[in-house]
Design a protein. Sequence first.
Length: 100
Amino acid sequence: MENFLFVIGYMGTGLVIGAYAPQIWHLWTEQCSAGISERAYALWVVASALFLGHALIIGDAVFMITQLVNIGALVVILVLARRFRNQICAGHAHQLHVRK
Ligand SMILES: [Zn+2]
């Protein structure tokens, strides 16, 4: 049962990585920060740090690793979004143009 709980926990961690990867890839390769709120990502870093504190106190390895992954991915996104602030790729520029 404990192994099963670890497996589903790490599957969740895998999904977290899978969700962040395309965002980081787009930021990095296209140097495009379209739709990224630096304030929201900064708040998520703080929230993840608090969750990490909670996970450390209750001694839960899955949540510790998940929050470390979260913090790492969020910080990478924040740094790239700041570096490429106000830069958008041709695809996003086209979408914005179409919506107007
Ligand atoms: Zn883009």
